[in-house]
Design a protein. Structure first.
Length: 295
């Protein structure tokens, strides 16, 4: 792994907040193990091994029942580690893949049967090389026919330029980490309001109220991020998801304790109803509802 890589927390605390039965960790990853699933030559970072066994162990320890595993950029367009984890999960995991424009129908069908339910479009330049938007549009058209959705990852500064593209996509869109707002500006700042207004205009746009450890300036327990996530949960209770982001790739300031992250949930979703929608109803509707899988 990279010399400055911070490995995942070796001994997280057991959460004080008891997750409701059936809770879904709707954003996490698997890395390797590299000996079996080599990392992509074009990767921008080399992580520690963090395979499916460790992920499922953490799932059970924290009290989640299911996972949504998002393809990691260190594996590029090779989704073998993701598919392996999905097939080993006994139906308790779904996946978000990363695919190239020349992906075959057979490859898409194989991923669909394993439990993939969407593809990720990454616009964060420090993580991936740029992809023309027309390439993403062609991919979106193909996966929409499978009943899949699109996960998008971008920085807040890029949102204004991306809005026309996002509003043109033909399926459900899930935005990672609230579009990475600058939490020093306040929830009423035009930058964050632009994202909230985008969700208000487009019923097909969902949001992951995730990764306070990435967005914080003040550090744990992430008081400065709470107002942003709480505002989105309150306004869009049926279109929000939450996940750990384990094993927390590319963290520089600190490695979060996953048990402490679970304790953050009732601060942004304070009622049992809001917690049930965030952790169970919404991810189950998006990832486990019956779909045709047709090309």
């Amino acid at each position: 792994m990279d010399s400055n890589w911070i490995p995942f927390h070796p001994n997280p605390k057991r959460p004080d907040f008891a997750l409701p039965e059936g809770a879904v960790d709707a954003h996490c990853h698997v890395f390797g193990p590299a000996a079996k699933f080599p990392f992509a030559p074009e990767r921008k970072y080399t992580p520690c091994d963090a395979g499916k066994d460790k992920l499922f162990e953490l799932r059970d320890f924290l009290g989640f029942e299911r996972n949504v595993i998002v393809q990691a950029t260190c594996h590029g367009k090779d989704n073998a580690a993701l598919v392996d984890a999905l097939r080993a999960s006994d139906g308790k995991a779904r996946g978000i893949a990363s695919v190239s424009p020349d992906v075959t129908d057979a490859e898409l069908a194989n991923m669909d049967s394993a439990g993939v339910r969407g593809v990720r479009f990454n616009f964060v330049r420090r993580l991936v090389d740029a992809t023309p938007k027309e390439v993403f549009t062609r991919i979106a058209t193909r996966v929409a026919r499978l009943g899949w959705h699109i996960v998008v990852y971008f920085e807040a500064d890029d949102l204004q330029e991306l809005v026309p593209f996002l509003e043109s996509l033909p399926t459900v869109i899930v935005v990672d980490h609230m579009g990475r707002p600058d939490v020093t500006k306040g929830v009423d700042h035009p930058d964050f309001r632009r994202f909230v207004d985008l969700m208000a205009r487009n019923d097909n746009i969902w949001c992951k109220v995730t990764c306070p450890e990435r967005l914080t300036v003040s550090g744990p327990p992430y008081d400065d991020v709470v107002p942003y996530a709480a505002a989105i949960v309150e306004q869009f209770p049926d279109r929000v998801l939450w996940g750990t982001d384990w094993p927390h790739p590319n963290m520089k300031s600190h490695m979060p304790d996953d048990g402490a992250l679970v304790n953050y949930i009732p601060r942004i979703a304070p009622t049992p109803e809001a917690q049930r929608k965030l952790l169970i109803d919404n991810p189950m509707r998006l990832y486990w509802a019956q779909h045709t899988g047709e090309q």
